[in-house]
Design a protein around this ligand. Structure first.
Ligand code: WQD
Length: 321
């Protein structure tokens, strides 16, 4: 799909930058649009045009969407805990932002969007592996904003013919082994970037939240999906929509649950040393077990995650480039 122009909202972020890198490899014309609130300049690529702007700025969005064939929509707030303390910020950024994006696409006649959704739309799993038919009961405001945006997409498809791919990530992890994305998340809340900070001595120790779950080693199981695998799924979904494929909602995961202790062990194996770990009480809202049934993405897109070995995922996160 050479010379197609793709607008990547939030393209200077961790996942956005990996997708931009994949799009450039496939010779797409890429415009990165990011307000740099969490995006990082070392995640920008010379070959991609860059606009430093906010999805709350409709006139900037209108200018950016000129001549665009598809939009990939990452921009938004994504810290679960913060969303419960400051729902106004999440409603404005994630929901008003989504309305601005969709309304501007209507004004510009753009008919294709890939949306960065999340397994958080499911809430506490009633069964695992979680498939796309699982009930949708988000337990945090962040997950609520993702689900509400999916519902907007359904209506804009029905009423305005905008085709979408809502991609529900499980736990995004890892870094491009070729080191094409360099930015490290500031003030991370997630397990892997926190382990990276402990390994770098930026953080005194890792707190493991709960060792008394009903799992093989007592710690929570999650589905850690490598960000390169997420990136290939985005490009496959984009090409399907550009080829006229109907809208889709897909889980992106490996289909395997890995425990906190297994992640820590993989990190210590890569580093060749023990990490300072404290065993702390459970974190409210954490389900014991959450992993994907990702068969639909394989059927619909022919997508196959490559990084299914936890050592590979963890080492690609900790490796210095
Ligand atoms: C993973 C496991 C923690 C930190 C969240 C969002 C989800 C998605 C990914 C955006 C849990 C344990 C963590 C620590 C720990 N975000 N942990 N000590 O909560 O599975 O998912 O991030 O789309 O929507 O809900 O990810 O990395 O925070 O936690 O023990 O310092 O690691 O208890 O069991 P989570 P996480």
């Amino acid at each position: 799909m050479e010379n197609k122009k793709i607008l990547v909202l939030g393209g200077a972020g961790y996942i956005g930058a990996h997708v931009v890198s994949e799009l450039l490899k496939k010779q797409y014309k890429v415009l990165v649009y990011d307000n740099m609130s969490t995006g990082q300049k070392e995640n920008l690529f010379d070959k991609a045009e860059f606009i430093n702007a906010d999805i709350l700025d409709v006139s900037a969005l209108e200018k950016a969407m000129d001549g665009v064939d598809a939009v990939i929509f990452f921009a938004g707030k994504k810290a679960v805990g913060e969303s419960m303390l400051n729902p106004e910020l999440y409603a404005r950024n994630n929901l008003v932002g989504a309305v601005n994006v969709l309304n501007t696409m209507c004004a510009k006649g753009i008919k294709n969007i890939i949306f960065s959704s999340s397994a958080a739309v499911y809430g506490i799993p009633q069964y695992v592996p979680v498939d796309e038919k699982h009930p949708l009961n988000p337990i945090n405001f962040y997950g609520f904003t993702k689900l509400e945006t999916e519902r907007l997409l359904e209506w804009y498809d029905k009423l305005k013919g905008i085709k979408y791919a809502a991609l529900r990530y499980f736990n995004a992890a890892g870094y491009d082994p070729d080191g094409r994305v360099k930015g490290r998340e500031q003030n991370p809340q997630n397990l892997l970037p926190i382990i990276a900070e402990v390994a770098d001595g930026k953080r005194k120790c890792l707190q493991v939240f709960g060792t008394d779950y009903d799992t093989p080693d007592g710690t929570c199981l999650r589905d850690y999906i490598h960000v390169n695998d997420l990136a290939t799924a985005h490009v496959l979904a984009l090409e399907a929509l550009l080829d006229g494929h109907d809208s889709m909602t897909l889980n992106l995961g490996t289909g395997k649950g890995v425990s906190v202790k297994e992640i820590v062990a993989a990190a210590e194996k890569f580093l060749g040393r023990k990490l300072p770990v404290e065993y702390a009480p459970r974190r409210p809202g954490d389900p014991a077990i959450l992993y994907a049934k990702a068969d639909r993405a394989k059927q619909v897109l022919g997508w196959q995650p490559k990084f299914v070995n936890v050592d590979e995922v963890v080492s690609s996160f900790l490796k210095k480039h």
